[in-house]
Design a protein around this ligand. Structure first.
Ligand code: F6R
Length: 366
């Protein structure tokens, strides 16, 4: 039931304050001083001792994995590799017994992800799953796991499942960092507090949807679009581009902003919308110079910025403001305006947003 919404995708975007809190509720102790991932309790000593963590997935789930790579390496200091399941399963990867392999899948039925984890299991790695569909094939195949509590996702373009995956992976990264003594109790509790604050901050982004719609109107006839981000916001750029291309059929590419000079800058002209995802993080100045490079070539900048960032206000053609947060959780906020932007553009172009052409919700064949 779509309720008052025109499409399931829009309904699911608006559900995110609730689905994120449903996903962390019960996993953060009431006094907010610890994270307990019930499904992983028995295997947590093995995860803490892991030599390496390999995260596999496809599409949007692979983007969630990239956020986790940055979080786990920065805070828990465990080497992480992220791979497309379709590559991993066929390329004869080196897997040792001390490795932990995490499969991420909304449906829990993606054929490549399932096959990849079966292969890793046969090599003796500990296999974990982060799935949304309870009792799905991937959930059943894993040694242990954590469910995302996003509820049924009907729109083919994944939205609330992505933010729920990032929520679980963030909790895992923070807990692992604490268990490995890489962060102290005070910092751990600060990260937990930042996570708890996300739903309310998301509400303020969602309230701004009419403005996002007016910006979408300006760019709905674009032929191409470029999405740029750095650090935790690089996967958000990839995800924003994927949303736009899959539902509006506009060709969009996501890039690490530092890679722009190595090719994509050749595309910039006065017809190219360039979506820049920024936050007040350590990359901020670098992102500003990327914007200047685009402006110098007359590209149109649509910037996702932290509220009150007046510096970028002057440089960007259009701005989507998100509340300030710690960089470790910024992906959960910055992705939402991009979901809405893609949604409104697709609707204005007359596309079937819930059932885009050629796509299936669950990809059970390779
Ligand atoms: C994008 C999208 C797909 C899926 C991918 C993996 O919006 O929906 O890219 O993310 O097919 O699906 P799951 O997570 O079910 O394994």
């Amino acid at each position: 039931d779509k309720g008052d919404f025109d499409h399931f995708m829009l309904k699911e975007i608006f559900e995110q304050p609730k689905t994120i809190s449903d996903t962390y509720r019960g996993r953060i102790r009431p006094n907010q001083n610890d994270i307990v991932l019930g499904g992983l309790i028995d295997v947590f000593p093995k995860i803490t001792a892991a030599n390496r963590i390999i995260i596999i997935g496809c599409g949007t789930s692979w983007h969630a994995a990239l956020v986790a790579e940055y979080l786990i390496e920065e805070y828990a200091r465990v080497p992480v590799e992220v791979e497309y399941a379709s590559e991993f399963r066929y390329r004869k990867p080196i897997i040792h017994e001390g490795d932990v392999v995490i499969a991420i899948s909304q449906s829990g039925e993606t054929a490549d992800t399932l096959a990849a984890l079966k292969m890793a299991k046969s090599k003796g790695a500990l296999i974990l799953g982060i799935c949304n569909v309870v009792g799905s094939s991937i959930a059943r195949e894993t040694d242990a796991g954590v469910y995302t509590h996003a509820g049924t996702e009907i729109g083919v373009a994944s939205t609330k499942a992505f933010t729920a995956q990032v929520t679980v992976l963030s909790l895992l990264a923070f807990k692992l960092a604490k268990e490995r003594s890489e962060i102290d109790q005070e910092f751990y509790e600060m990260l937990i507090g930042e996570m708890l604050a996300i739903p309310e901050k998301l509400e303020t982004i969602l309230v701004g949807h009419p403005y996002i719609k007016t910006v979408a109107e300006k760019y709905k006839d674009a032929v191409n679009a470029l999405y740029l981000g750095r650090g935790y916001l690089f996967p958000v750029a990839l995800e924003g581009a994927l949303k736009l291309k899959e539902i509006s059929y506009i060709h969009a590419e996501g890039y690490a902003a530092g890679e722009m000079k190595h090719g994509p800058i050749a595309l910039v002209d006065d017809n190219l919308p360039v979506v820049v995802v920024s936050a007040k993080d350590s990359y901020y100045e670098k992102v500003v110079s990327n914007i200047q490079e685009v402006k110098a070539r007359k590209g149109n900048i649509i910037a996702v910025v932290t509220e009150g960032d007046n510096g970028l206000r002057k440089m960007a053609d259009d701005l989507f403001e998100v509340p300030e947060s710690h960089p470790a959780v910024a992906a959960l906020l910055t992705v939402v305006p991009l979901q809405l932007f893609a949604y409104y553009i697709a609707v204005m172009r007359g596309c079937d947003v819930d059932q885009p052409r050629n796509l299936a919700k669950s990809v059970t064949v390779e």
